[in-house]
Design a protein around this ligand. Structure first.
Ligand SMILES: NC(=O)C1=CN([C@@H]2O[C@H](COP(=O)(O)OP(=O)(O)OC[C@H]3O[C@@H](n4cnc5c(N)ncnc54)[C@H](OP(=O)(O)O)[C@@H]3O)[C@@H](O)[C@H]2O)C=CC1
Ligand SMILES: CCCCCC(=O)/C=C/[C@H]1[C@H](O)CC(=O)[C@@H]1CCCCCCC(=O)O
Length: 329
């Protein structure tokens, strides 16, 4: 018999999450039936969406939502033999039983030398978000100037690197001098620490005096209102995330967007990466190829130990991670 440990949402978050909002529970899993598999989690992901998602879609007592990489340890389903690795939205749990529904076998061509954790980051959901957000929503063209926020994170670091591969100038901002230095190593052309600049308007102007063709928006809020006035004519804004707002208890009142949108004839589009589920394999293969060619580097911030998941999640929301935040069981 296998005992599964799971992190439960004990109390809905009010403002910034607290340790007491989570509870660790242990249950004995039943024997698997025909068609089922028993999986052992190897890596887990913490992502910003878990904060707004929990309020909208979860109830107290539910297992925290999230993606994992897991290994098949018992199988009565020939599609998932013992030893196979899968990606699944199993949530914050060490073991689980599945009928196979929702399991995604890892790419057959996954190279031995690449950490499987990348299937939760650069060669997974965040990498696909960068790929489709930049190429399909921003419709970036060579020679254009791209601005990306939360640039040292899982999505932002890939956006910047794809934009360089595709021949644009990239401006990235992040919340510490170490992160900003790292962006330079990734090949970003201009970078700044948004927490230490005097004036955001001046920092944006200095980085690109002619303005921006594309804005890959990971943070939303006041920051993005300022960016709107620095967009070039016919600029495109991919509204990917709004992490600066996720922990708010009182809704922020921002500037209206219409005037800059009309004068500059901007296109602003929100998106969820699952829109391109039918092109998932194309995106993953492109990302894997760039990683293998050394054109995309894959920073990771790995926390050891399943017991540290709440701390890793809160750390992500505080900006402790450079690259993808991963938990190694
Ligand atoms: N639309 C979609 O389908 C998807 C959207 N997303 C969104 O993309 C964004 C980035 O996600 P992801 O790459 O996984 O996370 P990251 O790895 O970028 O981690 C989050 C980062 O956000 C930054 N941050 C935290 N608080 C603030 C704040 N108040 N203002 C500005 N920055 C802040 C921190 O970096 P720093 O130190 O620089 O502040 C932190 O490291 C999120 O908004 C997320 O919701 C992600 C996946 C799919
Ligand atoms: C205001 C919330 C913005 C969340 C942006 C974000 O980070 C999205 C991440 C998605 C990721 O692809 C994996 C998910 O499950 C996240 C989506 C969560 C909300 C989906 C809602 C879809 C629906 O209601 O149909």
């Amino acid at each position: 018999m296998v005992r599964a440990k799971s992190w439960i949402l004990k109390k809905h978050f009010e403002g910034f999450p607290k340790s007491s909002d989570f509870e660790l529970k242990e249950v004995e899993l039943p024997k698997i039936k025909d068609g089922e598999v028993l999986l052992q989690t190897v890596f887990l992901s913490v992502d910003p969406y878990m904060r707004p998602y929990s309020r909208r879609y979860m109830k107290e007592g539910d297992i925290m939502i999230g993606g994992v990489v897991a290994k098949v340890v018992e199988s009565k389903n020939p599609t998932y033999p013992v030893g196979a690795f899968v990606v699944s939205n199993a949530g914050w749990t060490t073991h689980f039983i599945s009928s196979g529904k929702g399991l995604q076998l890892m790419l057959r061509e996954w190279p031995e030398k690449l950490p499987r954790s990348l299937a939760l980051g650069t060669i997974g959901m965040p990498g696909l978000t960068a790929y489709f957000g930049l190429l399909e929503v921003c419709r970036m063209k060579p020679g254009e100037t791209v601005l990306v926020t939360a640039a040292a994170g899982a999505v932002g670091s890939v956006v910047g690197q794809i934009a360089k591969i595709k021949g644009s100038k990239v401006v990235g901002c992040a919340g510490s001098d170490e992160k900003v230095a790292y962006l330079k190593q990734l090949g970003f052309d201009e970078t700044f620490n948004y927490k230490t600049i005097g004036s955001l308007e001046e920092a944006l102007k200095k980085a690109s005096p002619d303005g921006y063709d594309c804005y890959f928006d990971n943070v939303g809020g006041e920051f993005s209102s300022v960016v709107l006035n620095q967009m070039k004519k016919y600029g495109r804004i991919a509204v990917c995330g709004a992490i600066s707002l996720y922990n708010d208890t009182v809704e922020q009142k921002g500037n209206y967007v219409q005037i800059p949108m009309i004068f500059q004839e901007l296109c602003m589009e929100g998106f969820i990466v699952s829109r391109w589920d039918n092109r998932r394999e194309e995106g993953l293969k492109a990302l894997l190829k760039w990683v293998e060619e050394g054109k995309i580097k894959c920073p990771e911030h790995v926390t050891e130990g399943f017991g540290n998941m709440p701390a890793a999640f809160m750390g992500l929301l505080k900006g402790e991670n450079t690259g993808k935040a991963i938990i190694k069981v």
